[in-house]
Design a protein. Structure first.
Length: 121
């Protein structure tokens, strides 16, 4: 597990906005905003909206390569049993797009500290 990278990702994600807030912004602010949306891998048209796995690829992946969840997991030093629950959170009936940057950052910090993925419900 690449603890330093996971913590850096947590810091990055904590500074993002939510998808709902992004939709409510005017065009000028949208162009400047980066968004966490756990329901979107990576919107390559604007390069500003992604889930945890997408942001991992954006920050440390190969820029011209088609990369997926196993690549993002490798970049964080996680085996499949850890990256699947991180990238596909079990939050009950709640939509993934409602997960806030603070919740995602807390999950990443808990992972870095304990080695366990635990999403708060």
């Amino acid at each position: 597990m690449r603890t330093e990278r996971i913590l850096e990702l947590a810091d990055h994600i904590e500074g993002l906005t939510t998808h709902r807030d992004y939709c409510d912004m005017d065009r000028h602010h949208r162009a400047e905003s980066k968004v966490l949306d756990m329901g979107s891998w990576l919107m390559t048209a604007c390069g500003t909206v992604a889930c945890i796995g997408g942001w991992t690829i954006h920050l440390w992946g190969k820029k011209d390569a088609d990369q997926g969840e196993s690549d993002a997991g490798r970049l964080l030093g996680l085996e499949r049993s850890r990256y699947i629950p991180l990238f596909y959170p079990d939050v009950g009936d709640r939509p993934w797009a409602s997960i806030t940057p603070a919740e995602a950052a807390a999950t990443l910090r808990h992972l870095a500290k304990t080695g366990e993925v635990r999403w708060e419900r």
